[in-house]
Ligand binder design. Structure first.
Ligand code: AHR
Length: 505
């Protein structure tokens, strides 16, 4: 019996979903585990620059071309006093950090992080604490960061050696404020009111900023939907985006079901768009609220190890998921889900960037390497800039434990008109065999195939480690060819594919 499945796709040059906002390829660094200390920052490391930032990590981050990095949390931000992280380092307090039960040394704070962001060529997506703090701290922090000078907090920044304002343009109004685990968790009404009042003072200082209101911390939250509707009802005129967060795992080792989880992400996005449009309709507003999917990834491998961690240690190895090939496939599909709704999802942050559920891993005092999930993210970030085309897909399907009609093919294409390049991203979810892929191109008569990159491995559980950093790596060995305006290929079983075309010059 053959295990080969079939899929067809049509791409027409003029049928478009939207321009991709480059911030779709954002990431996230939280003061958590070894993301900051031992991750981006390690003064004693052999590659450390004069500020203590690891050059080996910085160069891997640059490979990913992340345009924004969310900071400083996450759950951490809901108990964070921004004042602890500025000024002379020797005077900064050590604090008990209640979100992750560690000791925060505050060696790295706002100004250091901004310096690092500049070094790696990214912008900061800053978050304020709406858990343990509120309007006043938001106003003061905004003045410290974005006001040029001549006021108490802007002059304080200048006295800390930072003459020019940071001018952070994108701000999160707190983090996951619906979650009972959150420091200072709130009801939707309490949060909506606080977010609105904080937004007003923040915009009072810098009217050019963009603001993200907290949506639910997951689609499974009992207050999901009602939370978004209430928060948007209260904040609609003052905010620009609502946040979404999701993490998936393969706890019961059912890979076919695991790989279908991006269908849940599609539904989540679809529902939040519907709620935004409901709020718009209710207000007879002309403005659209867009989506900031500012936490997404696979997260489950490290759950058990995290339960064993000694509380009150400094930068312990928390949330250190070691990713497999199958995780990379789901990450690929999640990227495709984001691109599919690029008309409304304008910001997304892979959570996170280094060591903590991250594409980049390090050993403290040792090497840095790329995890499996590094590759689909990098490919999308590097090749997925331009206009997303509206594909018409016909694929063989399967049913899994939680999903029905799961297409074996998950695919999208991005046209870069400046470079005259077309990139097709495709996941073959078939675990038994190849996927016979036929992609009819319309309007691309003068295009040729540049390369067909494949990420796969015989072992779905294969990983990259310090000892074997190149066990799972992409290879330009796909077998795509062009035949009478069709891309024809056999996508290998359980694979991530990047088929790159460019116009004949
Ligand atoms: O990214 C890890 C954690 O997941 C974040 O701190 C929190 O916002 C979410 O629950």
């Amino acid at each position: 019996m053959t295990h080969i499945r079939k899929a067809e796709m049509v791409l027409e040059k003029d049928y478009r979903i939207s321009e991709v906002d480059p911030r779709l390829y954002g990431s996230f660094v939280e003061h958590l585990g070894r993301a900051v200390y031992g991750g981006i920052y390690e003064p004693g490391h052999q590659t450390a620059d004069k500020h203590g930032f690891r050059e080996d990590v910085a160069s891997l981050v640059k490979e990913l071309q992340v345009p924004i990095v969310r900071y400083p949390g996450g759950n951490f931000v809901s108990g964070y006093n921004w004042e602890d992280g500025v000024g002379p380092k020797e005077q900064r307090p050590r604090r008990t950090e209640l979100a992750w039960r560690t000791i925060e040394t505050n060696e790295v704070g706002t100004n250091e992080f901004a310096q690092w962001a500049k070094k790696v060529g990214t912008d900061v997506m800053m978050a304020i604490n709406l858990g343990s703090r509120g309007v006043d701290a938001a106003r003061n922090f905004m003045e410290y960061c974005n006001h040029p000078g001549g006021s108490y907090y802007s002059d304080l920044r200048i006295s800390h050696g930072v003459k020019e304002p940071h001018n952070f343009k994108l701000w999160c109004l707190g983090n996951e404020m619906d979650g009972p685990w959150q420091i200072g968790a709130k009801t939707a009404y309490e949060y909506g009111r606080l977010a609105l009042e904080s937004a007003k003072v923040m915009r009072g200082i810098d009217p050019s900023i963009e603001l993200v209101a907290c949506g639910s911390s997951g689609r499974g939250m009992p207050t999901f939907a009602e939370w978004e509707a209430t928060v948007l009802d209260l904040t609609y005129d003052e905010v620009d985006y609502v946040s979404l967060h999701t993490y998936y795992g393969n706890r019961d080792n059912d890979t076919a079901n695991f790989l279908a989880r991006s269908l849940d992400m599609d539904q989540f996005i679809h529902s939040v768009i519907a709620i935004c449009d409901y709020a718009k309709a209710k207000k007879r507003s002309k403005k659209d609220i867009h989506l900031s999917f500012d936490e997404w990834n696979v997260w489950f491998h490290s759950n058990e190890a995290d339960r064993q961690i000694e509380p009150w240690s400094i930068a312990p190895p928390q949330l250190e998921d070691i990713y497999t090939l199958e995780d990379a496939l789901l990450v690929g599909s999640m990227l495709i889900s984001l691109l599919r709704r690029a008309d409304r999802v304008k910001i997304a942050c892979l959570a996170q960037l280094v060591n903590v559920i991250a594409p980049i891993m390090t050993e403290t005092g040792g090497a840095a390497w790329r995890q499996t999930i590094f590759y689909p993210f990098m490919h999308a970030s590097v090749f997925g800039r331009g206009v997303v085309l509206q594909p018409v897909v016909k694929s063989d399907k399967y049913d899994s434990k939680d999903f029905t009609d799961v297409p074996y093919l998950d695919s999208i294409a991005v046209l870069n008109e400046e470079k005259d390049e077309l990139t097709v991203f495709a996941v073959n979810r078939n675990l038994e065999g190849g996927l016979d892929f036929d992609c009819h191109l319309r309007g691309f008569e003068d295009y040729k195939i540049v390369e067909h990159i494949v990420l796969t491995h015989d072992d779905l559980k294969a990983t990259n480690t310090a000892a074997q950093p190149e066990n799972v790596v992409p290879r330009a060995n796909g077998n795509s060819r062009l035949e009478a305006g069709h891309i024809k290929s056999m996508l290998p079983k359980a694979s991530w594919n990047v088929i790159r075309l460019s116009r004949n010059k």
